[in-house]
Each structure stands twice: as C-alpha cells, then as structure tokens.
Design a protein around this ligand. Structure first.
Ligand code: DUC
Ligand code: ZN
Ligand code: ZN
Length: 467
C-alpha cells in the first residue's frame, strides 16, 4: 500500500536499501528472485507499508519541573513496536540560551541510543538577535523546521514581535515555521481564576485552554505568516474552529498546514470529567492532560478532525508523544491542575489508532499511509529515503496484519516507559507483525530483535511543500 494506490508486489531489499518493487513471481535479470535471496518474508494476506514517521515527539523533554519519562532508548523502541521507523524530535533552545548548545545537547541524548532513525526540529524558546542569526545555519545541520510557542509565558513563549521576526527568517531561508497556537497569556489568567475558585481538578485544564484561545492564536499565526510570506505548519490542532482557520487560509492559497494527534480524534473532555479511580479519584483525569487539550465530544471536535483528515484540511497525524508517569510526575499537579506536566504518550499506538480509521471507513488505506508516513516525509524533507517503498528508499517497511488484533494499555505490556496508558482498554482490529528498519528486521513475531544504536541521525532537506 502506498499513498497513491495498492497492489500485489514483492519488495526486494539489498542491505539497507529497497532495490526493486516487482510483480509477484517476476524475474530480475533472468533469475528467479525468490530463489536467489537470503531471506524471504511472507506477507501474504497482509499490508506492506512504508514505516511510520512520527514527526512530533518529545523524548526526555524537561517540562513542568520534571522530564518526559521516555528516553530516546525506550521511546524509539516503543515506536518500533508500533510500526514507526522514524521520529522527528524537538531539540530545545530556551530564552537567553544558545541555539547550537541546545541542539548539541539533544544530539548527546539521542546518539547511540535510538532503535530507529531520528531527526530534529529546533524549538526556539527565546527569539533574540543571537537566535535569529543562528537559525539559517540550522539548515546545514539537517534541520529544516523550527517551532515557536504562543503559549507558556515564561517558558517557551514568543510574543508577536518575536514571531514576526522569526517568520521573516522562515520566508528568507525556507525553514518551515511550526507553531504551537494557543493564546498563552490569556489562558494563564483563566487558569489562575479557576484555581482561585477551587476548581483544581485536571478537567479544568481543558476549560482554561478554551477553543477560542486556539482559534484566535491560529488566526494570528496565519496572518503573521501571510504578512511575512512564511510557510506555516500548525502543530497538534484540536479545535474544529482552528481547522476552519487553516482551511480558510489554504483556500486563499496560503502555504499553511495542520497536524492533529490521535488524542484529539478519540479522547474527550466529557470522559476526562467522568474519570475517577480508587487510586487517584478525579485526579485520574491527569492522564489526559496535554496542550492543546482534548476537547468536548458533544461539540463535535473529534468528528470534525476525522473529516478534516479526509478532506485534506489537515495533512498529517503525529503524536506529540510527551509521556509522564502518574507517580512523581503527573501527581505534581495534585491540588492545582496548572502543575500537571502536559503530555500524553502515544508513540507506540499511532499506526494502530489511525488504522482504526480505515476499519471504520473514515479513511482509505492509501490515506492512512499518506497521513502517517508519506506526507510527514515530504513535509520535513525526508521523502525518497523515507515515506515510500520504491527503489533507492531506505528499507523501512512494516508488515501490518489486518486480521490481527492488538489490545492497548499498560496492562497489555506496552513498551513506553509509563506507569499508565492514556489508551488503556483500546482494542485494535489490526496488528503490527514485522518491522524493518533500513533492511534489518527489528520487530518480528512478537519479539524485539533490534538494539540500541541501530537508529541514525537523519539530516533533513527543506520541506517539499515550499512554494
Ligand atoms: N504540549 C504537550 O502536551 N506537551 C509538551 C509540549 C506541548 O506543547
Ligand atoms: Zn506544542
Ligand atoms: Zn509538542
């Protein structure tokens, strides 16, 4: 299955590289291919797809007084289990810090530890003369995109003047501007007022981060991009109103893109409000605290997201994988939702959760591949090597069994370094059987066969969606 069609074929891999896609039983240079190879993997009755590309992860991210609980080692291994063979993580520069020092730190964390190939985006958490001057040089480092935050004042936040200046660099260089679009200063006021009223449960996180805050920031980002001519990619879109802003800008011809995440397609504020456990009481809802927040099902956000994926008003699905344990991490926010570290762990489940869109008739098989692999490769300058099964591409191949079954959750031994799962109890029609990373079988028959350090750093080119 590719983004553009499906058919029966044999995939021939030599060492790390796909060298041919052949009609079944065909001959190559007069030899019977199947008889002359070292190993045959029989994928009869299953889908052979390009390995998943999760273009939004945060391994080991320092956040909210703690750090995301998956290391590059545990997080990329979990990704491999779930049929993802490439991640693009976010290196971090903070206010007053040096961009290349931040990047160097991320290289140190990842190098030699990853199960699958990885690239980086650069978070610019402090726009000043030094970081603006450094940004164009990121391209030589294989980094063709940077992320700004309209949220989190005092942490990663950029004001409009800073955003404008960074977008001018984006326009001039072809670096893709990625935006966390939420009005952080207004959200922080609402959040403080809720806490003052004694509304401290996790559910109020989503009330403070109202859809108006996302729609407004998305519109502002679009207009700043329009003015400067910067290409814009809005991350983790969760409000239907924000999607409408993106669609409006795209319909005018602006080079704007949107990503959503599985949590915004499945999880809801209503379920978070109703969540209670013996262990945690209403604080159970902390498992689903992330930003942008999960939103009301009654208001139709989830249905709208699925539709937008069909109609290409949204172009990609990434996870924003940013896991925290309940113990010692999420529980920092007991009594004050503002102190719950924001994030959900899903890197292992994205391919399965999105495949359910195929099972339920919301997506075609081809669209599934496009949203999870091919468009991410094109968007972030990896296409040709990644995101496609064709001669010359890396041998990143997943064999997916539509007749298999996957029970998700920590009690079903997920591989992420978390003491809970936001997805506990989800039952998947389908199963990741075999995963190849650059020709090496790293997951097969329920066994992990890879090793730490298999994954290499990917220098990315410019986005293939630049106009
Ligand atoms: N959102 C999250 O949920 N976690 C990390 C950062 C972010 O923007
Ligand atoms: Zn974000
Ligand atoms: Zn993120």
């Amino acid at each position: 299955v590719s983004a553009t069609g499906r058919g029966k074929a044999d995939v021939l891999i030599d060492d790390e590289t796909i060298v041919a896609v052949l009609q079944p039983g065909s001959e190559l240079l007069g030899t019977d291919v199947a008889a002359s190879v070292d190993r045959v993997i029989d994928a009869t009755g299953k889908y052979v797809i390009p390995g998943g590309i999760d273009a939004h992860t945060h391994m080991q991210l320092p956040f909210g007084g703690t750090s995301a609980s998956d290391t590059f080692e545990t997080g990329t291994r979990a990704a491999a289990w779930g049929g993802t063979t490439t991640i693009i993580d976010f290196a971090v520069q903070t206010y007053g810090g040096d961009v290349f020092e931040g990047l160097g730190k991320w290289h140190d964390l990842a190098a030699g530890n990853c199960a699958i190939d990885y690239g980086f985006h650069q978070i610019i958490g402090g726009i000043d003369e030094a970081s603006l001057a450094a940004m164009p040089k990121l391209i030589d480092e294989g980094i063709s995109s940077f992320k700004l935050f309209m949220a989190y004042p005092g942490v990663f936040y950029s004001d409009d003047a800073q955003i404008l200046r960074a977008m001018q660099v984006s326009r001039d260089t072809g670096l893709l501007t990625m935006m966390h679009a939420e009005n952080g200063p207004a959200i922080d006021v609402l959040a403080a007022q809720l806490v003052e009223q004694g509304k401290t449960d996790p559910f109020y996180h989503g009330i403070a981060r109202a859809w108006q805050m996302e729609e407004e920031a998305t519109h502002r980002a679009i207009m700043l991009a329009n003015l400067t001519g910067a290409p814009l990619y809005v991350v983790h879109v969760s409000a239907k109103q924000a999607v409408k802003q993106l669609a409006w800008a795209r319909d005018k011809g602006q080079n704007v893109f949107g990503e959503t995440c599985p949590q915004y397609l499945y999880l809801s504020l209503e379920e978070q409000l109703g969540a209670k456990s013996d262990e945690w009481g209403a604080f159970e809802g902390a498992k689903w605290v992330c930003s942008t927040p999960i939103r009301s099902r009654e208001d139709g956000h989830q249905d709208y997201m699925w539709q937008a994926l069909r109609t290409n008003d949204l172009q990609m699905v990434s996870t924003d994988h940013c896991p925290f344990c309940m113990k010692d991490q999420k529980e920092l926010g007991l009594g004050d939702f503002r102190k719950i570290p924001n994030g959900i762990g899903s890197v292992e489940h994205r391919m399965d959760l999105m495949y359910q869109g195929v099972v339920t008739g919301k997506l075609t098989l081809e669209r599934w591949v496009e949203l999870t692999s091919t468009t991410p490769a094109r968007m972030f300058g990896l296409y040709g090597r990644k995101g496609v099964i064709q001669p010359g591409a890396d041998g990143d191949v997943v064999i997916y069994d539509p007749n298999g079954h996957t029970s998700i959750g920590v009690n079903n031994t997920h591989h992420m370094n978390m003491d809970h799962s936001a997805w506990e109890g989800y039952e998947i029609d389908g199963h990741v059987d075999t995963v190849l990373s650059r020709g090496k079988v790293i997951v097969d028959g329920g066994q992990y066969l890879g090793s730490k350090g298999d994954g290499r750093y990917l220098k990315r080119g410019l986005s293939q969606y630049l106009t």
